[in-house]
Structures are given as C-alpha cells and as structure tokens.
Design a protein around this ligand. Structure first.
Ligand SMILES: NC(=O)c1ccc[n+]([C@@H]2O[C@H](COP(=O)([O-])OP(=O)(O)OC[C@H]3O[C@@H](n4cnc5c(N)ncnc54)[C@H](OP(=O)(O)O)[C@@H]3O)[C@@H](O)[C@H]2O)c1
Length: 289
C-alpha cells in the first residue's frame, strides 16, 4: 500500500491520540495530520509526520491537504457547528484529491434505534449518506460516549453524596477515548476494512449503581443514585449556570444511556488485543485525589 494515512482533528484529543498510536505501528513518513494552524502540530512534525493546513469550512484548503492521501480519518466536527457542511466539504475534497478510503467517527447506536441525540445522530445519518454517495471506500467507527466524559458529566459529588441524573438502571458500556483511538489506529494501520463498521465501546457494561459503588469506594464515602427527570436535570444545570443550549444537550446523553444506546461489544477488545479500560480505573484516575 502506498500513500499517506491522514488524520483530521489532529490537534484534538481523539485525533492526537490516534496519531500517537499510529506512530507505534506505521513509519512516521506514511502519516499526516490536518490542522487549521499547522504550528499546533509542531510536535508531530518533529517526529517526521507530515503536517498540512486545512479547514473544514474551506474546501480548497482540504483538496490541497488531501493530495497524496490514501486513507483519511474524518474526525467528526464539534457540536454546535455546521457539521453537515464541514463533513460534506471533507468528503467531496477527499474524492477530488484522489483519496481512496475514508474512515468516519460516528456515535454508537442501538441497532435500529430511532433515538435522536441532538447535534450528533442527524449529522451521522447525513454524513453516512454522503459517504455512500461518494463511491469512496468507507469504514465507520461508531464511538461510544467517552468513559471519561461520562464521569465528567456526573461532575462533583454533591455534599449529600447523591448522584441525580436522568438515567435509571440501564446497563451502559463505554470505552475511553484512548482505547477508541488505539482501536482506530489499528484499523487505519491494517488492510481489509473497506465497507465495514466497528462499534468502539466498552467490553463490559455497568449500571449507575455500579458507578456509585466505585465512586464510594474510591472516595472513601458512600454515594447513592437517584433517577430524576430530564426536565429536573436541565433545570438544575441551568440554575448552576450551564449555558442554555448546553443543558438539554448534556441531558440528552443520559437519555441516550436510558434508551440503551450504549451496549457492550468486543470490537475494541479484538482490535487492541486486551479488554477495554475499566470504569474503576477511569474513576480512580479522575477522583483519587
Ligand atoms: N464520543 C464522545 O463522547 C465525544 C465527546 C466529545 C466529542 N466527540 C466528537 O468527537 C470529535 C473528536 O473529539 P475530541 O475529543 O478529539 O474533540 P476536540 O479535542 O475538541 O478536537 C476537535 C478537533 O477538531 C478540529 N476542528 C474543529 N473545527 C475544525 C475545522 N473547521 N476544520 C478543521 N478542523 C477542525 C480541531 O482543530 P483546531 O485545533 O483547529 O480547533 C480539533 O483538532 C468531536 O469533534 C466531536 O464531534 C465525541
């Protein structure tokens, strides 16, 4: 195989991690990162990775950046941006520049689910249609919510030690961003993934009761869980100063959990050759001090 493997969003958490894992598997001269400000990728350029300037909102910059690229990872655009246009620009530029194979980071969904995660699922459906229409080889990487993001969303434990969120006892399986990045690098670095999709999620599920048990053990003081309505949760976030557009967005992630969108799977485990990072390990790292 010849041609570059390029990662967009290379200055970000996921894209940066994917490139770090790719460097363990592929010679640096075969790797490239896209950035709006190339100087932000100086650390990768120093390691021999090709750095190209490109902006999802500037199609010409993308066509120039994608020349000589064989495999492209499109890291999805951020929430509350015009992601449909951004993704369409990337896909069309990839086609024009002669990219052979495009990989896209969608969100994990329950098979056949009609659940709408605002700012996410509609974009994914649109983008996957654009990918199919492009005629390029396509691989879709369906990422769970980041396990770290789940713990971050729960936030500080209140003085009464009750976690109040709009989810009950539904089992949830999540992988860390690092595990998903490692699995994505494994796909990008190997052949035979055309036309396939992978669900990058935790090997094991947990419930809110499991979560509060772990937090209680790690912090040395028992924690309990109370399921509240989404409206109540949103009201609490707004009272705490969360911006208007973010409060329902954050609630929707819990509603997705309640709807059973994040079920366990073994794709990450198979791709990285070990079970996914445990809930306990993530909570310990984030809450030990
Ligand atoms: N599954 C989850 O739990 C979860 C959580 C958070 C986000 N996400 C999704 O996954 C994506 C990656 O997550 P992350 O944690 O890596 O996010 P992140 O750290 O915020 O990184 C976003 C990346 O996108 C790049 N970007 C933004 N706008 C761009 C544009 N117009 N043109 C080119 N590049 C642009 C940023 O580059 P600059 O340096 O130029 O800004 C940055 O490298 C997010 O964008 C979001 O869609 C998923």
């Amino acid at each position: 195989m010849s041609g570059l493997i390029m990662v967009t969003g290379a200055t970000g958490g996921l894209g940066g991690d994917v490139l770090d894992f790719l460097l363990k598997r592929v010679p640096a001269e075969r790797l490239a990162g896209l950035a709006r400000k190339p100087e932000d990728l100086a650390h990768l350029a120093e390691r021999g990775v090709t750095v190209r300037q490109g902006d999802y909102d500037d199609p010409d910059s993308l066509v120039a950046a994608f020349r000589g690229v064989d495999k492209l990872l499109l890291v999805s655009a951020k929430s509350f941006t015009d992601a449909k246009t951004a993704h369409r620009n990337v896909i069309r530029a990839a086609k024009e520049a002669g990219v052979r194979h495009i990989h896209y980071t969608a969100i994990q969904r329950r098979p056949g689910s009609a659940f709408v995660l605002p700012q996410v699922t509609e974009w994914d459906e649109y983008t996957e249609n654009e990918l199919t229409a492009s005629g390029l080889d396509v691989t879709v990487l369906r990422n769970s919510q980041y396990l770290e993001a789940f713990d971050m969303l729960i936030g500080a434990i209140t003085p009464d030690r009750v976690v109040r969120v709009p989810v009950g006892d539904t089992p949830i399986a999540l992988a860390t961003r690092g595990d998903m990045a490692e699995a994505t690098a494994a796909v990008l670095a190997s052949d035979g993934h055309e036309g396939r999709s992978y669900t990058l999620t935790g090997s094991k599920s947990f419930t809110l009761a499991d979560y509060t048990d772990v937090v209680g053990e790690i912090t040395g003081s028992p924690v309990t869980h109370e399921q509240i309505s989404a409206e109540d949760y949103i009201g609490r976030l707004l009272d705490a100063g969360t911006p208007d557009q973010w409060a329902p967005f954050l609630a929707a992630w819990f509603q997705a959990m309640e709807a059973g969108e994040f079920s366990p799977g073994d794709d990450v485990e198979r791709l990285i050759g070990r079970p996914t990072t445990s809930l306990r390990s993530v909570v310990a790292q984030r809450r030990a001090s």
